[in-house]
Design a protein around this ligand. Structure first.
Ligand SMILES: O=C(CO)COP(=O)(O)O
Length: 148
């Protein structure tokens, strides 16, 4: 079976909830690679006692790095417990990450209920791969752009 990679991200007020969820589902992660933003990743490593591909902290560019990995096809699922009650300084980056996840047609969970659905989905544990959208109409322009 193709190896899956999951991205785990949580805002500060949601980190405890994500760690509890990750611990509760530890067995289901056994054969899945984990990417995470900096602080979330450190906590996941401690909680699950396993290595994680840690990127930068979210406010320092970590959300954008996760987004870039999704665009490269390296991440299959995004579990992002974002905080609906507190403004974040890097809100544009968060929005960009959610946009990229939608664009590349990967499953996204924003809370425990949706994360439970995804992690228990048989689709995650077999060879199912969502279709990649057809971007051919958007790839490099065939005609030069006139700049006046
Ligand atoms: O801010 C984040 C996501 O937007 C998460 O970053 P940290 O995991 O470094 O706290």
């Amino acid at each position: 079976m193709t190896k899956r990679n999951i991205a785990l991200v949580a805002h500060d007020n949601k980190k405890q909830e994500l760690m509890t969820w990750a611990k509760d589902n530890q067995a289901l992660f056994a054969n899945i690679g984990i990417y995470a933003t900096g602080t979330t990743g450190r906590l996941v490593e401690q909680t699950l006692n396993r290595p994680v591909q840690r990127l930068l902290s979210g406010p320092l560019g970590g959300d954008q790095q996760i987004g870039a990995k999704i665009a490269e096809g390296a991440i299959d699922v995004l579990i992002f417990f974002w905080d609906p009650l507190e403004p974040q300084p890097h809100d544009p980056d968060i929005k960009a990450l959610l946009r990229i996840a939608a664009l590349y047609n990967i499953p996204v969970a924003c809370n425990k209920a949706s994360a439970d659905y995804i992690i228990n989905s048989p689709l995650l544990h077999n060879d199912y791969k969502p279709d990649l959208p057809d971007f051919s109409a958007y790839t490099s322009r065939q005609t030069p752009i006139d700049i006046v």
